[in-house]
Design a protein around this ligand. Structure first.
Ligand SMILES: C[S@@+](CC[C@H](N)C(=O)[O-])C[C@H]1O[C@@H](n2cnc3c(N)ncnc32)[C@H](O)[C@@H]1O
Length: 192
């Protein structure tokens, strides 16, 4: 909690997510199929722990966290499936490449989008959409609906849920990526 207060401008909260919010956030994940998951804004690691409890033994979880103190606090999460990295979510494509991720099944984000730089948010959402497999999903919680439009611009479908059982109450977004672009007609003809 102290670290949340000290870094309120980048953490966006002073308390950890409640078990109710965590279970609502992760509800859409098909844990039998998910093999590659990314978490943005690991924080105290409560969502990471919940993910590791449910993830398949062969799954991989890449966790990105800006704050070195949180990264160190989560070092006790000794799990071969977890790769915890100190860095900015705006460099997601590079981290994904470095860890050989390929297409990602789910991206679970606790990033405080509402208080982050708009251009950085745009970039993170664009890159997240590109990294996701067609069946994948971007899952995000927020304390307001202020980022709904930004999410709707980047994703094909955005479902919004809500839980009162968190301080503060939170909205949960379940976002489906755009379908891959069909090849251009000219290129199809040339290939024949
Ligand atoms: C709302 S807190 C996460 C709280 C977490 N769910 C918990 O209960 O502990 C947001 C987290 O995102 C991290 N963060 C903020 N901006 C970031 C960025 N650009 N890249 C990676 N992590 C970031 C913050 O340091 C903070 O740990």
């Amino acid at each position: 909690m102290i670290e949340h207060i000290k870094h309120i401008k980048t953490s966006g909260t002073i308390v950890r997510s409640s078990p109710f919010l965590i279970s609502r956030l992760l509800r859409a994940i098909d844990f039998r199929r998910a093999r590659t998951v990314v978490q943005l804004g690991v924080g105290t690691g409560c969502i990471t722990r919940a993910l590791l409890k449910k993830l398949h033994p062969d799954a991989r979880l890449l966790g990105l966290e800006l704050n070195q103190v949180f990264v160190e606090e989560n070092r006790d999460l000794q799990d071969p499936r977890l790769h915890l990295v100190q860095g900015c979510a705006s460099a997601l494509p590079r981290f994904a490449r470095e860890h050989g991720l390929g297409e990602v099944d789910y991206i679970v984000s606790s990033l405080p989008l509402a208080i982050m730089n708009k251009a950085i948010v745009e970039r993170i959402l664009r890159d997240a959409g590109r990294l996701l497999a067609p069946h994948g999903m971007f899952l995000q919680y927020q304390y307001s609906l202020s980022q709904r439009r930004a999410l709707e611009r980047r994703f094909r479908e955005v479902k919004v849920g809500f839980t009162l059982a968190n301080i503060p109450p939170a909205f949960v977004y379940e976002c489906t990526p755009e379908l891959p672009a069909a090849p251009a007609a000219g290129r199809r003809a040339a290939a024949r």
